[in-house]
Design a protein around this ligand. Structure first.
Ligand code: FPP
Length: 279
């Protein structure tokens, strides 16, 4: 059994402690995934260039990761760069995001080590520029021995292409007679996703108010709770992560079943085609 490390909750700033005290520490989510949106709007509201919004967005990442590590959240996944961002944004913005990622990794590995955070990635990362991949690999190796929060950055990520990659892997195994068609079930698909080593997200947070999933973890969020805030990503802090968790804890997860305390009606004697609701 792993020896649990001492709690770091006392390191939370006062406003975060106040929210944390309202949480049920026994029912913290295991995995929170965040769609970080609104960098451009944050900059636009201040008549600043979009890249300043991205810079502030990278700062927000550090604050949220630190809070996650202090409450010992096992998995935090951040949608940092989608396949669609890569294909549809101007080259200058994509290049800036790549430079920002390198600089974020370069200047945050020490902090990750101080916070016992391990970094990893999901997405078609092999398509990213080589100098970015080198930095990513370096950061992953430097933090590999940490045992606290696993921070996963989704980079050049798209959920549909993740599924395509999984189905291709399965097809190759069938071709090579390592797998039979009858063996394919949900578990076999899950094992071939980029997220095979982590639990599905309990909670998905999206900033800046859009009610969309934007091709993020489509398979994995089948039963996730979704929390959307109007706050723009550069303004998002650890206290807002804790508030999202508080909201999550107020919900009842049913996984398609009935909630606690609801009893199934005995309908065995009723004809299935009659109108049951009095008008
Ligand atoms: C959405 O803002 C955000 C992104 C395109 C990527 C997220 C990137 C960061 C938070 C910064 C870099 C991250 C790391 C890990 C270094 P948007 O441009 O779509 O905003 P808008 O919808 O308001 O235009």
């Amino acid at each position: 059994m792993p020896i649990s490390s001492p709690s770091r909750v006392h390191e939370l700033p006062a406003d975060e402690q106040a929210v944390y005290r309202r949480l049920d520490a026994e029912r913290l989510p295991q995995h929170v995934a965040i769609i970080m949106d609104g960098n451009g709007r944050w900059a636009g509201k201040r008549l600043l260039k979009r890249f300043i919004g991205h810079q502030q967005g990278a700062e927000a990442v550090h604050f949220v990761v630190e809070t996650a590590s202090r409450i010992d959240l096992p998995f935090l996944t951040l949608y940092a760069f989608s396949l669609e961002n890569n294909l549809r944004r101007p080259k200058t913005e994509v290049n800036f995001l790549m430079r920002l990622l390198r600089s974020y990794l370069g200047s945050n590995v020490q902090r990750m080590n101080d916070n016992n955070v391990r970094i990893r990635y999901i997405g078609r990362t092999q398509e990213l520029p080589s100098e970015v991949r080198e930095k990513m690999q370096w950061a992953e190796e430097e933090t590999a021995r940490n045992t606290g929060t696993t921070l996963t950055l989704a980079l050049n990520y798209g959920a549909r292409s993740e599924l395509v990659d999984a189905f291709r892997a399965i097809a190759e195994e069938i071709r090579d007679r390592k797998l039979q068609i009858g063996d394919i079930d949900e578990q076999e698909i899950q094992r071939r996703l980029y997220t095979a080593q982590m639990p599905d997200p309990d909670l998905v947070v999206r900033t800046s108010g859009e009610m969309r999933i934007s091709n993020f973890l489509l398979w994995q969020i089948a039963y996730s709770e979704i929390f959307v805030t109007d706050r723009l990503w550069p303004d998002f802090r650890g206290v807002h992560l804790l508030e999202a968790i508080e909201d999550y804890q107020r919900r009842e997860r049913r996984y398609g079943g009935l909630g606690d305390g609801s009893e199934s009606d005995d309908v065995s004697s009723l004809p299935a085609n009659s109108v049951l609701v009095p008008r």
